[in-house]
Ligand binder design. Structure first.
Ligand code: TIU
Length: 222
């Protein structure tokens, strides 16, 4: 059995069942004037992982393995936005409001787009999701089943919100989950560290974590 060097122990990889999921690498989370900034966050940390996310994507493409992208966004009429999400807290701009990059977190608006360096290419699935988890109210489960995927490598933002929520959803559905440490980021470094620690605690209770180099080394031999 092939293995990827990981914590808390080696990840038993089956390359024919493996896909990369890139969570929400959108301008809305990485650029000033977007959703992340509207919540009061310093978004500058997010852009720094782009090179590591990019080489992970490229490694999967080179190996002929699936790359799936997700986008957190809502319909223009807000019919998939519960008031409990829109009205939470005291943001500068709420979801659906007009911001400098178009309407905040609305499908098709400039700010909602995936960062151009990480843009999907033809043939890659893009899952639009109204929640933090990528399985809730989406076709992700069907896509994975159709492709015969049982193991998921995770990258993207933010570690403790959409990435961790999706990993927990996937874990409960029977997928083996591996988080690429340098290819995920939070607005709060202590939350990233805590999420990594709690994912791999108790014998990988949610999943494994690994370095991008070790994942790339493994799939180069896929
Ligand atoms: N606010 C925050 O940390 N994250 C989100 O709202 N969405 C994602 O994590 N994608």
């Amino acid at each position: 059995m092939a293995e990827i060097k990981a914590e808390p122990f080696a990840f038993p990889v089956r390359h024919d069942q493996l896909a990369l999921i890139v969570i929400d690498m959108q301008r809305d989370f990485a650029e000033p004037g977007g959703f992340g900034a509207s919540l009061g966050n310093d978004v500058s940390r997010i852009g720094r992982i782009v090179p590591d996310v990019k080489r992970l994507i490229q490694g999967f493409r080179n190996a002929g393995l699936p790359v799936i992208h997700t986008m957190e966004c809502h319909r223009a009429d807000l019919s998939d936005l519960p008031p409990s999400k829109r009205d939470r807290g005291n943001p500068m701009l709420r979801i659906g409001d007009d911001g400098p990059m178009g309407r905040i977190l609305i499908a098709g608006e400039p700010g909602t787009a995936i960062l151009p360096e990480l843009a999907p290419i033809d043939g890659e699935e893009v899952i639009e999701k109204p929640g933090k988890g990528a399985f809730y109210a989406t076709g992700l489960g069907d896509v994975l089943q159709r492709k015969g995927i049982r193991q998921l490598v995770f990258a993207g933002v933010t570690t403790e919100v959409c990435v961790q929520t999706t990993m927990r959803e996937a874990n409960d559905r029977g997928y083996e989950c591996l988080l690429a440490e340098e290819a995920t980021e939070s607005y709060f470094p202590e939350f990233k560290a805590a999420a990594i620690a709690m994912i791999r605690a108790q014998g990988a209770i949610v999943g494994w974590t690994a370095h991008v180099d070790d994942i790339l080394e493994s799939i180069a031999h896929a």
